[in-house]
Ligand binder design. Structure first.
Ligand SMILES: [Mn+2]
Length: 386
């Protein structure tokens, strides 16, 4: 059933206040190992699939690292050295429903921030070297043990090993050195240097978050504005200046004003756009709608049968209130206007990855709820169990 992240020595609220986005923390025995049970062979099988992103990293000693991208063939795994290699498979949650179920354990993180679950398998000594990432991550020890070395250092591009196919830090001053056992979880905020090495055969699940950088967000917003009629930069003529090439302080001020005019205000258009943008799928994870569409009548029949629904594993939801009278359910880069009377049901749909129809609070008029559910099923943001 629904796995939960177990906070033992620290409360969830203290974790969020003191560690989230700020400092690393080890949560011992925070996930039951049974919730992160995937056989190494099954992971290797995924790495052979053409649509699944996978990498094989081999450390040949010193500064000599090699990186190969999948898809792999079965023989690739039989020719590997005895130690110092790791296989990493991205987006496993998008391909295996039982892996996606683990995302429920992180339901205190907004759904739109959940990027993927990457699963790695390593033999003794295997890892991707010391590095930093730009996002928060929970590293769950699933099988065997992994040694994690953490650094308080601040690293930049200049600290990376030159001519290396991986982003590996040249020097790594170690400030913490720990070993994770199955069920232990290491939380890392963005940009904290970390270096994981397998102690014997090991599997680690990495629950990664996402969020655009300031410039990515700005570029996307500008792209959204690009199709509209926009003001253009004119000039400030000083009739008797005799200096026709000169950019005046007025010209400069006008250009800055124009740029500032591009920044969004807090209005319904921006709110809808933001919700839609933050739920945009990564390339390759666009959900195709079903044809013919699902009808509200089908919902009535399914309600009688006790049908259960679940979120498409590629869907990330954001719920936004564009203004006092409206509500928008955002997913897959789109904002779907929802009847505000359905807010209790929609809130639950956003909270539960899996639910039966009778779990939803019935509005006074169930036909409206059935229309919404039919729409979500047609778009395949929600899917039936079969
Ligand atoms: Mn990392």
């Amino acid at each position: 059933m629904n796995p939960r992240l177990i906070f033992r020595d620290i409360s969830r609220s203290r974790f969020i206040a003191e560690y989230w986005h700020k400092r690393p923390l080890v949560l011992r025995q925070a996930i039951p190992p049974a919730a992160v049970a995937l056989a190494p062979d099954e992971l290797a099988g995924l790495a052979c699939e053409p649509d699944i992103e996978s990498r094989l990293v081999i450390h040949h000693g010193g500064t000599d690292w090699s990186l190969r991208h999948g898809p792999f063939e079965e023989q690739d795994f039989t020719r590997l050295p005895a130690r110092d290699w790791t296989l990493l498979v991205q987006d496993v949650d998008k391909h295996l429903a039982e892996v996606a179920a683990l995302l429920d354990a992180f339901d205190f993180v907004p759904d739109w921030r959940l990027d993927d679950i990457m699963i790695s398998y390593a033999v003794d000594g295997g890892g991707v070297g010391p590095h930093t990432d730009n996002y928060d991550v929970f590293l769950i020890q699933a099988l065997g043990r992994r040694r994690w070395r953490l650094s308080d250092g601040v690293f930049g591009e200049e600290d990376l090993l030159p001519n290396c196919p991986l982003r590996i830090l040249k020097d790594f001053p170690v400030d913490q050195d720990l070993v994770l056992e199955p069920g232990d979880v290491l939380y890392l905020p963005p940009r904290v240097g970390h270096w994981g090495t397998a102690v014997g055969e090991c599997m680690t699940w990495s629950v990664g978050m996402r969020g655009p950088s300031d410039l990515e967000l700005l570029a996307a917003w500008i792209e959204h504005l690009a199709h509209r009629e926009r003001p253009h930069l004119g000039d400030s003529i000083a009739p008797d200046s005799g200096d026709p090439a000169r950019l005046t302080t007025d010209d400069i001020a006008h250009a800055r004003e124009l740029l500032q005019g591009c920044l969004p205000g807090d209005n319904p258009d921006f709110r809808r756009w933001l919700g839609a943008h933050l739920t945009e799928p990564k390339p390759g994870f666009e959900i195709e709608p079903i044809d013919p569409p699902c009808s509200p009548e089908m919902l009535r029949a399914w309600r009688r049968e006790g049908q259960s629904l679940h979120r498409h594993p590629w869907a990330r939801f954001a719920l936004v209130q564009p203004d006092m009278e409206s509500l928008a359910l955002c997913c897959q880069g789109e904002a779907l206007t929802v009847d505000p009377a359905l807010e209790p049901a929609v809130t639950l749909i956003c909270r539960l990855r899996h639910f039966t129809l009778d779990q939803l609070p019935a509005p006074p008029d169930t036909t409206r709820l059935d229309s919404l559910l039919a729409e979500l099923l047609t778009r395949r943001w929600l899917v039936t169990d079969d």
